[in-house]
Write a protein that binds this ligand. Structure first.
Ligand code: SAM
Length: 255
């Protein structure tokens, strides 16, 4: 049953609304309003009717629902890329993972879930305002996390952590961090950079190769093509997201 303080998503036929259920509050939208009091005690998966007779489905948010609807400063990494990152960067329970920057915290949440209670996630970020929002997003979805460390630092300047298993970068010039990464990432560790343009990917690959300390370097992209299956209309949707970013992955070797 849904209790007070929980986050829920309300789905109508077209849209999804993320709200935190609080007693006496009222949720307004273009088809009237819903009293939070009426959601409290409902079973997840039930339908609630708005003041104007619209039916909304009440569910607890999945990870994707949450990150797509949570407050953002910086652009988030989308679920299809996060899914690929978790496997290509091989994020495992117990891993010590370092990321930069934290942005809105979408990737951070996925990393914290994947490393579990025995792992650690360290986030480097230069913007305090982004970091603040990200921490609030993380806490709203996962609760307080003792195994998450935030460092308000420029990763191009320095990394003060060592013996890191996995490093993921989502910032404009990943190649500028490569010397620091070399010191922080343990041999056998995996580096992954998420870059919107192929120029950024190419510069990153060149920088990785230049160190002679990385191997198994590959650059990939993830294309997700949703299909419509309705009666005889069984075909890909006409529209799809054609591009988000490239993922460049590499493995640190002993040098
Ligand atoms: N991955 C994040 C997410 O899924 O929500 C989004 C990251 S956002 C696109 C890029 C972030 O990197 C911004 O918050 C920016 O302030 C931060 N950043 C840029 N350069 C940085 C640097 N040199 N060191 C640390 N953080 C940096």
């Amino acid at each position: 049953k849904i209790s007070e303080g929980e986050w829920v998503v309300l789905f109508d036929s077209k849209r999804r609304y993320l709200i935190q259920v609080e007693r006496e509050k009222i949720f307004h939208f273009h088809k009237g309003y819903i009293r939070h009091n009426d959601i409290i005690g409902m079973e997840e998966g039930s339908i609630i009717r708005s003041s104007q007779g619209a039916n909304l489905l009440v569910l607890r948010p999945t990870y994707s629902d949450f990150i797509l609807e949570m407050p953002r400063g910086a652009q988030i990494i989308y679920p299809k890329d996060i899914a690929t990152i978790l496997v290509w960067a091989d994020i495992y329970p117990g891993a010590r993972v370092l990321e930069a920057g934290i942005g809105s915290g979408a990737l951070t949440i996925a990393l914290l879930q994947a490393v579990g209670e025995t792992g650690t996630v360290i986030s480097y970020e230069i913007r305090e305002d982004f970091a603040k929002r990200a921490l609030s997003n993380i806490e709203n979805f996962l609760g307080k996390k003792d195994n998450h460390i935030l460092r308000l630092k420029d990763i191009y300047e320095e990394i003060i952590d060592e013996n890191i298993d996995r490093i993921i970068l989502d910032l404009p010039e990943p190649w500028r961090a490569i010397d620091n990464i070399l010191k922080a990432l343990r041999p056998g560790g995996i580096f992954l950079a998420y870059t919107p343009t192929i120029i950024q990917a190419q510069k990153t690959v060149e920088a990785l190769k230049g160190t002679k300390s990385f191997t198994l370097i590959e650059t990939i992209e993830t294309l997700l093509r949703p299909w419509q299956i309705e009666g005889l209309s069984v075909r890909p949707f006409h529209r799809m997201v054609a591009h988000t970013a490239f993922l460049t992955v590499a493995r640190r070797i002993v040098t």
